[in-house]
Write a protein that binds this ligand. Structure first.
Ligand code: BGC
Length: 334
């Protein structure tokens, strides 16, 4: 009888193990938008890594709307995710979602954009102040003196502040010296290219087309800015920055319509995020992984992994974007 009970118990334990072994680890991915090509690439990189590691990656995309993203996170929690990777639309507004995750014992990776004012488990991004400095250096080398249009990204996105901080680390001394005159300094709501276009149109009208440089915070905004310049016959005559290495921006760079972009390898970031999420799901300590690096989010020093970015212009585009297989030659040179 005892033997029989032991055998049944063993069978129950074994079948429980089989169910668990058969069930793939669920990781949630909440993305803010697919407006920029980069977010599609981030998603593909994460899906590829998840497939490689046999992870069930559940993806939900908000349309630049934090209320929508917060309810998507609740949806993911109800599907039984063990870790959430989230690029917030609104860095402050996403704090609620983090708290919900923690109530359910789900750890959170703040992906690319930092979630503010709450205890985020880890932040993975690029060194975004350094990204802004790359833009500032490039444009001030090209136009050391003159009238500038400065734009920054969405005010809801902490990255926008970091990029502009980097821009000003380089430009402010030249502004103080009087070499650079800022004719407009405006944020681009929701990073919308059409908003950037309006800002540049208004600045051109205001200054009678006397503009020497345009600091656009990303490639989408650069596209909007260049459309405004084109309407005045100025496209290609006034340097415009960008960021993201979008395919369309690369095309503009080789046609000398856009001056530069910043390459942030989303393949790398995406892959690392999934790897880290797996470690977190296993309850492993992530501090060794972050090597002591932190970024403050107005609540705490968040353990952080920050990757490096590279400035790209006509001179190194082949080497950086095509040779690395990020973009295809035939798509860039059309
Ligand atoms: C990202 C950029 C992107 C922008 C708009 C920022 O947080 O870092 O790569 O272009 O959001 O989506």
């Amino acid at each position: 009888m005892r033997k029989w009970i032991a055998m049944v118990a063993l069978a129950i334990v074994a079948s429980a193990c089989i169910v668990q072994a058969g069930e793939r680890l669920k990781i949630g991915l909440a993305l803010p938008t697919q407006q920029e090509e980069r977010w599609v690439r981030d998603m593909h990189a994460m899906q590829a890594e998840a497939e490689k590691q046999n992870i069930d990656l559940r993806v939900l995309i908000a349309r630049n709307d934090q209320a929508q993203q917060n309810s998507q996170v609740e949806q993911l929690l109800s599907q039984g995710i063990k870790v959430l990777i989230i690029a917030p639309h609104d860095g402050e507004g996403a704090a609620v979602a983090v708290r919900k995750c923690h109530e359910d014992g789900v750890r959170v990776i703040s992906y690319d954009r930092l979630i503010m004012g709450t205890d985020v488990d880890v932040y993975m991004s690029f060194d975004n102040v350094a990204v802004g400095e790359l833009q500032g250096k490039w444009i001030s080398n090209k136009v050391p003196k003159g009238d500038y249009i400065l734009m920054s990204g969405a005010p809801t996105d902490n990255n926008a502040k970091l990029f502009q901080q980097g821009n000003l680390n380089i430009l402010q001394p030249l502004i103080d010296k009087g070499d650079i005159k800022v004719i407009v300094n405006q944020p681009v709501i929701d990073w919308q290219p059409s908003n950037a276009q309006k800002i540049v149109e208004n600045a051109l009208t205001l200054s009678n087309n006397k503009v020497d440089a345009v600091l656009a915070p990303n490639d989408g905004c650069a596209g909007g800015a260049i459309a405004a310049l084109e309407a005045q016959g100025l496209a290609g005559k006034i340097p415009v920055t960008g960021m993201d290495a979008d395919g369309s921006a690369a095309q503009r760079i080789v046609r000398s319509l856009q001056s530069m972009t910043v390459f942030k390898d989303t393949r790398w970031l995406g892959e690392e995020a999934v790897k880290l999420a797996i470690l977190m799901a296993k309850g492993e300590d992530i501090i060794p992984y972050t090597k002591g690096q932190v970024v403050n989010n107005d609540f705490m020093d968040v353990p952080s992994v920050l990757l490096e970015a590279v400035a790209v212009d006509k001179d190194n585009i082949d080497e950086v974007l095509i040779d690395s297989d990020y973009l295809k030659r035939e798509d860039v040179y059309q």
